[in-house]
Design a protein around this ligand. Structure first.
Ligand SMILES: [Zn+2]
Length: 222
């Protein structure tokens, strides 16, 4: 579904299964797919992308906000395809240390993945799209948010949601760190907030209200 020019959302609405929202960004040089979700759902996801008038063969980059299985598992589907996969170095470190055990907690084997490009903090240009990467640990050690200033679009992974925040009780999680990360992304000028789960938020006032609510409801516990 189109959110705004160049920004497409594939929200996961089936509450019976844990899978993440996927986003597709369209630039002059192709498409970026963010958070492929579970591998078994990728073919249906690709169909939805096609129905939106986009060519899935134009996906040149698969970016993961963090390496939790419900976000990363589907990267395996792209292994033999000519896409570049990105992750933050700190997340790779996490995946190589506690990752295997973590995947087992979810009843999954660690999927095959590769990292072609690290998403360091700062500017990241791909497919003709100038993104800013923010390292936002707390839910996961190398979790990143992706901000596209031109479209006032912020992809938050599992840092914040509509009316909620990411869990910090998983391995590598930290409440005080999550708080700092939320404070940092609340400063950004965003008209579209695209979280890793549940509804997206449209409108600057709505996004500000959401951050204000989160600060009131959760910050004293973090
Ligand atoms: Zn997660």
């Amino acid at each position: 579904m189109k959110v705004t020019d160049g920004v497409y959302a594939y929200p996961w609405t089936n509450m019976m299964e844990n899978n993440c929202n996927t986003y597709v960004l369209q630039g002059q040089g192709g498409l970026i797919l963010v958070d492929p979700g579970l591998k078994r759902h990728v073919p249906a996801l690709i169909e939805q992308v096609r129905k939106d008038g986009l060519n899935p063969d134009d996906i040149g980059f698969v970016m993961v906000t963090h390496a939790h299985p419900d976000h990363l598992d589907g990267a395996a589907w792209f292994m033999d395809r000519p896409v570049k996969m990105t992750m933050h170095k700190d997340e790779e470190r996490f995946l190589e240390s506690t990752g295997k055990e973590f995947f087992r907690m979810f009843g999954l084997e660690q999927p095959s993945y590769r990292i072609d490009v690290y998403t360091d903090e700062g500017d990241f240009s791909a497919a003709g799209i100038a993104l800013k990467v923010l390292l936002t640990p707390g839910h996961s050690p190398g979790s990143v948010c992706l901000y596209w200033p031109e479209k006032e679009t912020l992809i938050t992974g599992d840092v914040v949601f509509c009316g909620s925040i990411g869990r910090t009780d998983f391995p590598g999680g930290s409440s005080p760190t999550l708080k700092k990360s939320i404070e940092a992304i609340a400063q950004l000028d965003a008209a579209y907030l695209l979280p890793g789960h549940n509804e997206i938020i449209e409108g600057k006032a709505e996004i500000k209200n959401n951050f204000d609510f989160i600060k009131r409801a959760f910050f004293s516990y973090l």
